[in-house]
Structures are given as C-alpha cells and as structure tokens.
Design a protein around this ligand. Sequence first.
Ligand SMILES: [Zn+2]
Length: 301
Amino acid sequence: MAASYSPTFVKPDVGYFPGSVNVGIVRGKTGAILIDSGLDAQTAKKIKKGLDEISQPLRAIVQTHAHADHFGGNAYLLSVYPDTVVYAPPLEEAVIRNPILEPIYLNMGATPLAELKNKFLLAEASRVDHLLPEEGEVEIDGVSLQTISLPGHSWQQVGIVVEQICFAADSYFGSETLKKHKLPFLVDAYETLQSLHKLLDTNYEGYLPGHGPFETSTRQTIHENISTHQHLMAKIEALLKAEERTIEQGLAAICSSLEVSLESVSSYVLYRTAFMGYLVGLQREQRISYRFANNQLLWGC
Ligand SMILES: [Zn+2]
C-alpha cells in the first residue's frame, strides 16, 4: 500500500505535496486543484491518499509544462477521478496528449531508440480539456489563478500564481538541484534568462519551483540560476572561440570540462538538447554563429 503523503499548506487553501517533483494544491469551492501531478502512478496513489486525508476530491489538474515528471500522475488520477478537468498551456498540451513526442524530439525527430521509452521521458497519455492563457487569469472551481509565461526550460511553460503564491515550474531550480544538474535542461538559454529576470521583477509572498524548496524570498536562488546559465554560456563561447566544433564535439568538450560522463542514451539526449538550447541562446545574443564545411555544421565565434 502506498504510504500517505500529506500536503504542506503555506496559506489556508494553498500548499503543495513536497517531493523530488513538487505538486501544488489549491482548495477550490468543491474540491482540490493540483498544479502538475508528479512522475507516475505510484506518486499519484500517494497524492490520492493525501487528498482523502483532507477530504478533498480532485476537481482539476493545471499543468505547467509537458515534461513526463510533471504530468505522469495524470493517467492514474483521471482513472480514479474521471470528472477531473485538465488545463495545459498551448503546445505543451500536444505532448501531454501524445507523450511519445518527448522521446521523438529528444531523438532529433526520428523514431525513438527503445532505451528512450522509460517513465522519465515517456509518461502515460492524458487528455487536456482546456488551454491556459499564456498570460492571464483563469477561474477554476471558484478560485482565480494567474498564469505567467516562463518559457526557456520548455517552449510554453507557465508559472501559476494563486493568492500571492507563485508555482514557478522549472523556470528555476533550487540550489541543490541546480548544482547536481551541471548542465540544466533547457530548450533556449536566452528565453530562460528572460524568464528569470521576469521573476526577479515580481514580489509574491512565496515561490515554489518544480524541484527545490518553498521560499518566501527567492531572489538569491534566482540570482544563482542566472549566474549558472551565464557561466555556462561563457564557458561554451570560450570553447567555440578556441576551436570551431560540431554539436557532437562541442557536447563532448563541455561534458569533459564539467566532469560529466555520458553513459546512457537518456542522459546523452538530455544533455545534447540542453547543449543545443545554450547554442541557440548564444546565437540569439549574437555571440556565436555557424557555418558549413566538409559536410559539417560547425559552431564558432
Ligand atoms: Zn521540466
């Protein structure tokens, strides 16, 4: 039997289920609204027990973005609460409804290698009933939620603000997570930095990232995230200044310098996509460019 899993409330009606992936909870008029749903059925079963303990049936799930560890609990939760309404940002919703798209894009659009079809990259599909506005207000079960556009880690990721508490998704990572990741996953370093600066201009009463602790002031953590990305961008720029490189060569060089060893297809594709996200960011800042030579796409300064 799944162990119980009680939510931590930071406001009378707003809280979260803490975990390696935090799941937000808001008490609505008639039941609970979750912000994301965790990795898998096992997590979702614990959430169900937690909801039973506080006598809250599930009414809605609001997705911040379409990574498997944020919507993998949907299938189980929708099976036990079939009337649950699911909200997701545009584009992200396509992946939630067709999760195979994640291993497909990670494998450069080709048929995913079998090793990529694991629960961290391929969640069970879920329906999506409503699109979230990129920036705006949505009322669910009598509660007003505000979306803020925070792209960069994922194309159309949104943060959700309820009663001055900001569920910031993976726009930033807690300090520990940030150090562990070395090359944090992102699809566009430029957008990631824009989103971080946008968060710095906010002043909510509390912030909860997808991976990391709840904080009443998040300025220091956001500054750490900004300097990590800037440091990595400078490092990649220097590598390409020293020598033009293909994506594969650049990835090997940055991994060596960060003491990362790539030994599985999963970590290889995640690092490769993140590396590409940094290249795109540097290119958008006009710090690097590419050219073709000998049938190779070469990145340099
Ligand atoms: Zn994510």
